[in-house]
Design a protein around this ligand. Structure first.
Ligand SMILES: Cc1cc2nc3c(=O)[nH]c(=O)nc-3n(C[C@H](O)[C@H](O)[C@H](O)COP(=O)(O)O)c2cc1C
Length: 396
């Protein structure tokens, strides 16, 4: 077993163990992948301010995210088809998050169902909602999340229409994979993955199959999903969903100061500054680059989280110091899951925690909640883009 010291080690193992179709599904962004790349490379433009002779004893990374106690302010982001990265993937990731004391968010497009994850965990998790055209389905899935005791609804706003990822089209991505010459050849040497999949009964979209009339198999499911993302989603609908849910609400996919103001007007518990990990609008700015504008616009009105591009505890520190209350990680824990199952997710969290703790100490902080801009050094290269904060025709 190789020595694993960083998230990149998990990614290398993940690449070897999981079928190419699912590795590519994770490791890609839309179109030219510029935003996907910049989500990570923009973190490199921010430097840390080292301080010395500061008492580093008794440090803590404990905090809160949207009113929930967390051992560190890092939640697991919703990732569709996690159960294709490793058999029973959503259950394993939720259990690892629970043991670590951080929130787990289950995607609408998960393989394991809401009820199944609830049955295999003992603390509430968060549920991510994609707004579908089918109103009956929408109402029922919200009720199912309530019945399962989910403690927050993460409403994704940046996927009314699907961004194009070339690799998924070329690979013929599906769950479960269609058996072609290419996929059979690829699967034949990922035997551990295949054995896991043969042992489990969870191989299709668990929140959908059996819950929508006429959707019983992969073919009908793909057809239903393709036409279901609701292009009419607007702020009025967001308000209605807030009422239907009636609990803790987190709005995901905000990348603009004006949209952040509108989200704050809705009265949500937190917003997630996110570009969906570079999977939607290619050419959009990285999340970390727009964070300062959004903090300036609504930092005193709503709790701000960030995702997209976090691969280390140092990235977490930078986002927190820029004004985020917490961050969400997607790929970083999926690499761990695909590499080593549940223990891989735990390893990813341990790596991020250790890096955050040590970096925080060397910057002269003992409490993660005290981090602020004075921990960072940025130059003109980082501050180069400014978003216009006045109302633009598109939003007015
Ligand atoms: C493979 C994959 C699938 C995803 N599926 C969903 C999803 O079902 N719902 C959602 O709101 N976001 C989804 N996302 C976006 C993540 O929640 C999150 O915004 C993103 O992964 C953050 O970027 P990072 O991967 O660089 O950490 C997905 C991301 C990836 C990589």
């Amino acid at each position: 077993m190789p020595v694993i010291t960083e998230i990149e080690d998990l990614k290398r193992l993940y690449k070897r163990r999981v079928p190419k179709m699912f590795y590519d599904y994770t490791e890609s962004g839309s179109w030219t992948e510029q935003t996907f790349r910049e989500n990570s490379s923009d973190f490199d433009l921010i430097r840390l301010r080292q301080r010395v002779a500061v008492d580093m004893d008794g440090r803590t990374t404990a905090s809160t995210m949207a009113g929930h106690d967390v051992s560190m302010p890092v939640a697991l982001a919703p990732v569709g088809m996690t159960g294709m990265q490793h058999a029973d993937g959503e259950i394993l990731a939720a259990q690892a998050a629970e043991a670590f004391g951080v929130p787990y968010t289950l995607s609408t497009m998960s393989i394991c169902s809401i009820e199944d994850v609830a049955e295999h965990t003992s603390r509430p998790f968060w549920f991510q909602l994609y707004v579908m055209r089918d109103q009956d389905y929408l109402e029922r899935v919200i009720q199912r999340a309530k019945d399962a005791g989910c403690s927050a609804l993460v409403l994704t706003l940046d996927l009314q229409i699907l961004g194009q990822r070339h690799k998924d089209l070329k690979n013929g991505l599906s769950a479960p994979p269609k058996l072609t010459m290419g996929t059979v050849a690829d699967l034949s040497w990922r035997w551990a993955w295949g054995m896991g999949m043969l042992r489990t009964k969870r191989r299709a979209f668990g929140n959908i199959v059996g819950h929508v009339k006429g959707v019983e198999n992969a073919g009908s499911l793909m057809a239903w999903t393709a036409e279901q993302f609701d292009p009419r989603l607007d702020w009025e609908k967001v308000r209605k969903i807030k009422e239907m849910w009636g609990g803790n609400l987190i709005l995901k996919g905000i990348l603009d100061a004006e949209d952040a103001r509108r989200a704050a007007d809705v009265g949500c518990d937190a917003i997630i500054v996110s570009n969906h990990g570079g999977r939607q609008l290619d050419g959009a700015l990285s999340s970390i680059r727009v964070l300062p504008d959004i903090v300036e616009a609504v930092g005193d009105r709503v709790e701000i989280h960030l995702d997209s591009g976090i691969r280390s505890g140092q990235d977490v520190l930078k986002a927190l110091a820029m004004g985020a209350r917490g961050v969400h990680v997607g790929r970083a824990y999926i690499y761990g899951l695909g590499a080593m199952g549940k223990s891989g997710v735990t390893r990813a969290l341990e790596i991020i925690h250790r890096e955050l703790d040590i970096s925080m100490a060397l910057c002269g902080y003992r409490d993660v909640k005290d981090l602020d801009r004075t921990a960072l050094l940025t130059g003109p290269e980082f501050d180069r883009y400014r978003t216009r904060s006045e109302v633009s025709p598109a939003t007015g």
